[in-house]
Write a protein that binds this ligand. Structure first.
Ligand code: NDP
Length: 325
């Protein structure tokens, strides 16, 4: 079977780092053939053609074909996996309402196109920011697709948290289990290590509360800005890597001894209002995410989760007011 993977914003920086990983089999496994459907705005088509030429030149055995579109109806036709990367970035002087409105103009029609033409098993990951709310907008325009197929990416935050805790404790990332990112993919996100273990020991016993509050949480939340400062451009390869990880685990399952983080529609767990697309501790089996249940949430975590969820609620209310959902 060949899996159709649609990537929007395919000519962008993240797209450039992502497409080669998908075509090489790192996202869906070494036995799965893929057909890439690149969706761009008209100005991006020529650059996407250049990327497609390079994909050809890799002669990937799993890559069955590449098509380029500037129209969502064709771009999402038959899509089994849709990676929504292209978004309207916030530019100087732009208010949050303007940003939400501009993205509503992108993600509403994309949701409709997915609804009309995507494959029955379509799985959607939104990377373009504000990712959680863009995912909500697309979902609300796709009433025939099960709501839980719309997700947003917090895996990069999760991976950043793993890396920070690994550096702090000197343990390899493979020894760290059960970290969680809660809430919105934004500066309010909450990286939670109270359920995590490092080489079998509780992570919270290995680090000071002052490091947790003054270092870990702000470093993870502001890592994107630090990378722009150092690199002169926003993170792209690590964002692409996280998208590959998210879809890989969603489709192929998570390992039994740990969990990961993904923003998925809330079922009301942990006091997160039903329907919000919020990050949770998640496992995947049989191609579906499930929220890890029964974790005890301490007072510190409760306040942090509530703050990020409050921001998501505000974003949802703002797009509702703008008539975008
Ligand atoms: P990037 O490929 O660098 O980023 C794309 C999106 O991913 C942005 O919204 C960005 O948000 C977001 N993002 C999420 N997580 C991260 C992260 N950790 N690091 C960096 N970005 C992150 O943008 P480019 O400008 O290079 O490319 C965008 C492409 O999308 C262009 O080719 C453009 O033509 C296309 N586009 C396509 C659309 C469509 O298909 N309808 C619509 C709009 C654009 P943030 O801005 O907050 O960094």
């Amino acid at each position: 079977m060949t899996v159709n993977v649609t990537v929007t914003g395919a000519a962008g920086q993240i797209g450039y780092a992502l497409l080669f990983r998908i075509a090489s089999g790192q996202m869906l496994g070494a036995d799965t053939k893929v057909r890439l459907k690149l969706l761009e705005i008209p100005q991006g088509v020529k650059a996407a053609e250049g990327t497609a030429m390079e994909l050809d030149d890799c002669a990937f055995p799993l890559l069955e074909g590449i098509d380029i579109y500037d129209n969502p109806a064709e771009g999402f036709e038959g899509a089994n996996v849709a990676l929504l990367v292209g978004a309207r970035p916030r530019t100087k002087g732009m208010e949050r309402g303007d940003l939400l409105e501009a993205n509503g103009g992108i993600f509403g029609p994309q949701g409709e196109a997915l609804n009309a033409g995507a494959a029955d098993d379509v799985r959607v990951l939104v990377v373009g920011n504000p990712a959680n709310t863009n995912a909500l907008i697309a979902q609300q325009h796709a009433p025939d697709i099960p709501a839980e197929r719309f997700t947003a990416m917090t895996r990069l935050d999760h991976n950043r948290a793993l890396a920070q805790l690994s550096t702090k404790t000197g343990a390899p990332v493979s020894a760290i289990k059960n970290l969680t990112i809660w809430g919105n993919h934004s500066a309010t996100q909450y990286p939670d290590l109270f359920h995590a273990s490092v080489a079998g020991k509780p992570a919270a016993d290995l680090v000071e509360q002052s490091w947790l509050e003054g270092d870990f949480i702000p470093t993870v939340a502001k890592r994107g800005a630090a990378i722009i400062e150092a690199r002169g451009a926003s993170s792209a390869a690590s964002a692409a890597n996280a998208a590959v990880d998210h879809v890989h685990d969603w489709v192929l399952g998570t390992s039994a001894d740990s969990w990961t983080s993904a923003a998925i529609p809330s079922d009301g767990s942990y006091g997160v209002p039903e329907g919000l697309i919020s990050s949770f501790p998640v496992r995947s089996s049989g191609g579906a995410w499930e929220i890890v249940q029964g974790l005890e949430i301490n007072e510190f975590s409760r306040a942090k989760i509530d703050a990020s969820v409050a921001e998501l609620t505000e974003e949802r209310d703002a797009v509702a007011k703008l008539g975008l959902i």
